[in-house]
Design a protein around this ligand. Structure first.
Ligand SMILES: Cc1cc2nc3c(=O)[nH]c(=O)nc-3n(C[C@H](O)[C@H](O)[C@H](O)COP(=O)(O)O)c2cc1C
Length: 221
């Protein structure tokens, strides 16, 4: 029997987020396997009580929740933390039986940066009695920049492979396998090249904003 999935898009961006591109790809794969999928923007849900109630209802009636978010300061964006608090409040009345998959994308190439965020997701699952299905990390998520994955497939072949494998794990009711997680976490470009490009962009932005002389400031040191 097919299962139902609610994808929570946790990027605060109004449109064009990598979180949504990753979600869309996985949703497409699940649909092609006969699974039922729906998508909710956490940012929009937090804007009205009605929309938040809709999110909470969907979460409660789904078999699987897929939380897709960007890494913000080594953790989840505040909107995700707020939604998780509301979900926990609702679930204190009725314990759900679903599973949760976390998909995080981040700017930096090192997968380890997302460890704390995934730990928070796992701990959230423990608190609300949801099974933790697994976590997928995509480094250098900026290479997607809201484009459909198939459009930028030359850069994200490994992530496409990882998501496709994760879809099959989900369909089979298995935890996310390490092969899927490894493929997802393979940096789309070499870390040294990433740093050269990131440093160049950082300096370009500083020149544009007249803050070149402040680049080495350490206000909290
Ligand atoms: C406020 C803020 C904090 C961020 N913190 C981190 C971080 O700690 N580590 C990291 O690798 N990337 C960080 N990033 C980069 C985002 O994770 C990255 O741009 C991501 O691809 C955005 O995904 P989205 O398009 O789904 O929003 C941060 C970005 C912003 C705006």
């Amino acid at each position: 029997m097919s299962r139902s999935y609610t994808f929570l898009i946790g990027s605060p961006k109004p449109s064009g987020s990598t979180s949504e591109s990753l979600a869309d790809h996985l949703m497409g794969r699940l649909e092609s396997e006969g699974e039922r999928v729906s998508k909710v923007s956490v940012r929009k849900a937090l804007a009205s009580e009605e929309a938040m109630n809709d999110l909470l209802d969907r979460v409660q009636s789904s078999d699987v929740i897929v939380l897709c978010f960007p890494l913000y300061y080594y953790t989840l964006p505040a909107i995700c933390l707020e939604a998780m608090t509301l979900i926990r409040r609702r679930y204190s009345e009725k314990a759900p039986t679903q599973g949760l998959l976390a998909i995080v994308n981040q700017g930096f190439p090192e997968e380890s940066h997302a460890e704390q965020a995934l730990e928070s997701c796992r701990s959230f699952c423990d608190h609300v009695s949801i099974g933790y299905i697994g976590g997928l990390v995509m480094p250098a998520g900026g290479v997607v920049n809201g484009e459909p994955l198939m459009k930028v497939r030359g850069r994200v072949r490994s992530q496409i492979k990882g998501l496709n494998m994760a879809a099959m794990d989900l369909v089979n009711g298995d935890p996310i396998g390490s092969t899927a997680a490894k493929a997802m976490a393979r940096p789309p470009m070499s870390p040294w090249l990433y740093r050269i490009i990131a440093n160049r962009n950082w300096k370009r932005m500083a020149r544009k904003n007249g803050t070149m002389k402040q680049l080495k400031d350490r206000p909290y040191a």
